[in-house]
Design a protein around this ligand. Sequence first.
Ligand code: TXA
Ligand code: MG
Length: 318
Amino acid sequence: MAIIGKDINLAKEFLQKRQLVAIPTETVYGLAGNALDEEAVLSIFETKNRPSFDPLIIHTDSLEKLKQYVQEIPEKAFLLAKKFWPGPLTLLLPKKDIIPDLVTSGLDTVAVRIPNHPLTLALLSELDFPLAAPSANPFGYISPTTAAHVSQQLGGKIPYILDGGECGIGIESTIIGFVEGVPTVYRLGGLSIEAIEEVVGAVGLMPHSSSNPQAPGMLKSHYAPRKPFFLQDRKTISSTYDQATGYLLFDQFIEGIDRKYQRLLSPQGDLKEAAHNLFAYLRELDAQPVERILAELVPNIHLGRAINDRLKRAAAVD
Ligand code: TXA
Ligand code: MG
C-alpha cells in the first residue's frame, strides 16, 4: 500500500526512480510521473487504465522552465498565464520535441499548467523535469480531492501519496487552447469563463464529442459514480421519491426524503463551495446503500457551468 505523507524528498526520490507519486493540487489530486521519461508516462496510462489516445497535462513551477517544453507562448496565452498562474488554468501550446509523443497522444500541442499548491510547487522546484499528471482516479471514475480518495483506488499500485489535505477548488482546471489565435475552451473547470473573458475578451467553446480527436478529454461519459446516475429537476425528484435513491442537491433539502441520503452541495448557494464538495459528495452517495443517484443541475454561471458539465457527463447526456 502507498505510504501517505508530506515528505517532498521522498516523493522526489520515487519520481527520480521513474515511479509514480500522487500529488495534491488546488483542483484535484494528480497521478504524477516524469513527463520526459516514456517509461514513467507509460506507467501512468497503465495505472489509470487510461486509453493512450487521451493526452496528459504537464505541470511545472515557472514560465522559465516552461520555455524548455513549448515552442512559443502566444500573447493571449501569456496574459492568461501572468494573471492566473499558479492556478486552475491549463494552456494548450505547441510542443517541443523534448516532450514525448506519448504525453500528447501524438498531438502537436502539449497541455501545461502551474498548479497552486505549496507542497507540489515546492516539489516541482526541486525537479529538473516536469510532471505529467492526470487526475489520480481510475479512468472514467470520479476525480479524487483527498489523499484518502487516492489511497482507496490507487493505493495498491503506487508507492507514495503526497498529502496536501483537501483540494481547495475541487474541480479540474479549465483548459484553453488557441484556434486560429482565438482562445477556446476545451474543458470547463475551476477557473470561470467570466474571469478569462475579462482578460482576453470573448472565447470560443469547443463542442464535446466522443469522436473529437482534438479533445479526447471531452468524452461524454466521464466522472461517473458506479451507481446508475441521473439528472432530474426538483419537481420530478419530489414526486418520485423512493428509499433506494441518493440525492445530490444544490442548496435546499427536499422535504419528506430521509436526509441521510441527501447531500447539499452548498447550503449557502455558493458555487465555489458547491464545486469544492461535488466529487466528495458523489463518492459519499456512491458508497451509500442506494441503488441509484439523482442529481439536480446548479445555476449555470461561473463555476456552476463546470459543475453542470461534470454532472451531465456523469449522466452521459448532452
Ligand atoms: O486540474 C487538472 O487539470 C488536473 C490536475 C491533476 O492538474 N489534471 C487533470 O488531468 O484533470 P486529466 O488527465 O484528468 O485531464 C486532462 C485533460 C484530458 O481530458 C485530455 O484530453 C486533455 O486534458 N488534454 C491534454 N492534452 C491535450 C491536448 N494537447 N489537446 C486537447 N486536450 C488535451
Ligand atoms: Mg481526469
